[in-house]
Ligand binder design. Sequence first.
Ligand SMILES: Cc1cc2nc3c(=O)[nH]c(=O)nc-3n(C[C@H](O)[C@H](O)[C@H](O)COP(=O)(O)O)c2cc1C
Length: 279
Amino acid sequence: MNYFVVYISPAGTTQHAARVISSELNGLGKTCSTLDFGDRACMKLLDAALPAFAHNSCLFIGSPVYASHAVPVVMDFIARLHQGNGCCSVPFVTWGTVTSGVALADMGGALAAKGYPAIAAAKIVAEHSLLWQSANPLGKGRPDADDDRSIRDMVKKVVAALDAGSAKHVSAATLNYQPEPLRKVMAGLVLSAVRKVLPQISLKRDLCNLCGDCVAACPAEAVELADGPVFKDCCIACYNCLRACPEHALQADFTKMEAGLAQRVKDFGEICETVVYLP
Ligand SMILES: Cc1cc2nc3c(=O)[nH]c(=O)nc-3n(C[C@H](O)[C@H](O)[C@H](O)COP(=O)(O)O)c2cc1C
């Protein structure tokens, strides 16, 4: 079995989970290859790597939850996978305590259709990446040591089942855990529309020195430099550009964000815990 760990992680939490997975795999004597969708050098190798994923591989695939879904680049990657032969997957998401939405259901369904059925999955509680300026962000300090232990236990079980040839599939119903009618509401959210109601980024033209740090920081290749940064439609609203700008030329007003998200935590009522799904 070939092990791969692929992910996108604008704010670093999904990368943390991916590293816990890789280190546990290595500790169990399994080598694994890692692909970060936010890393341009890695992405240049993607087309060449696609055939390697398709035979006897176990694909750990990670995304943050954005607007109740996996980030589009992750779903695009799944769509590009070659049909798997003797393959399986372990989708995992990090979520900022508002809701894990339908991300695992989306990923699990798309992976199964490509011949990479899920043999485990995880939703991992994380600090909410839209609240990085807050003193007390939702999910502060998560994932913590207990969350990491849950991830490690999952990897141990996955490897033991694959080594024993006894791996079973996690059912679609298991990953489709949101109650109706919330599930339908979540499924209907589209990041490109949600982006319009998130704090809008404005450019202080006089502060921008065209250094290009915003372009380099964008994991979605959505920023181009013209007479200042220009944002393409593939922007995922991670705000990495704004965080990276050394001149504070990119600005957005997050003052209402905390109260709005706290209300959504109540509306969704999802228990704030890391959960591993096994067959
Ligand atoms: C645009 C955007 C939308 C988000 N939507 C959700 C959401 O629907 N539910 C949630 O619990 N967290 C949400 N979050 C928080 C992230 O899922 C969470 O912080 C995640 O761990 C970030 O992963 P990263 O550190 O790998 O980027 C959102 C964050 C951003 C930037």
